[in-house]
Design a protein around this ligand. Sequence first.
Ligand SMILES: NC(=O)c1ccc[n+]([C@@H]2O[C@H](COP(=O)([O-])OP(=O)(O)OC[C@H]3O[C@@H](n4cnc5c(N)ncnc54)[C@H](OP(=O)(O)O)[C@@H]3O)[C@@H](O)[C@H]2O)c1
Length: 273
Amino acid sequence: MKNNTIAIVGATGKTGARVLNQLAAQGYVTRGLSRHTEPVFDWANRDSWHSALEGVHSAYVTYYPDLAIPQAESDIRAFVELAKASGLKHIVLLSGRGEEGAQRAEDVIINSGIAWNIVRASWFMQNFSESFMLDGLKAGQLVLPEPKAKEPFIDVDDIADIAVAALTREDLRNQVLEITGPELLSFDHCVQAIAEASKRPIGFQTAPIDAYLAAAKADGLPEDIAWLINELFVNVLDGRNESTTNTIEKVLGRPARSFQHYVETTLPSGVWS
Ligand SMILES: NC(=O)c1ccc[n+]([C@@H]2O[C@H](COP(=O)([O-])OP(=O)(O)OC[C@H]3O[C@@H](n4cnc5c(N)ncnc54)[C@H](OP(=O)(O)O)[C@@H]3O)[C@@H](O)[C@H]2O)c1
């Protein structure tokens, strides 16, 4: 079984890199895919998909920039059709909680006729250290659109553990694995936890969404990313995801990692200095 090739789409990303490392360490044959791998895989160039998927048995799929965008459903549909024709037997899709666009892409996978898993995750803790919030934290002042709800941020190491379990455990086949961190947290709380651990002041300020997007667009934010920010902060962060799940404990037999653990283990990297 370990000789069946597992493709990781988005292999250099926050979750993909961790999934790839874990599988390789366990002796699985892996094929990391992104725009900078050989073979190349580019969501924007369907001609690149065929050779990337040749001989692949199962796949961990992360969509870019986000499964919530309108283009995602059609890309995922075309990907599944090609993957099936290429002989793919099992697909594990990383999805987001409470996103209508992501739900449509999930339905494509669930109705694909091949074995599937949906790893439906809350907001990543690593958005504070490996993504869009890092610049503000480093500058000492994070400004975000006003969030209307608390969020059960999840450690991407937990997402990788769940994705690897889904890829390698027969007993988990054909299930939605809805996963969150262990506690509901405000953005302000998270910023202050990072400031305290880093021993330097970091401010947190919110702005009305229209003013935030107008300023960001004036700084060159592309229209599609502006749409995504509006979708995530206004629609998805409206309280619909203000709950935790116990899926990590049920699947892995241990609790989800806490935000404090994330801060303590990330601090030594110097990313917030
Ligand atoms: N951030 C969150 O809080 C959150 C929460 C729930 C779900 N999600 C989901 O997470 C997914 C993103 O996963 P991630 O955070 O692990 O990835 P990520 O850290 O955003 O990294 C993106 C990966 O995709 C690759 N990539 C970028 N553009 C590409 C393209 N045109 N074609 C092919 N590959 C491309 C990148 O590599 P190259 O640059 O080399 O191509 C990289 O490997 C999204 O679909 C989102 O819906 C995110």
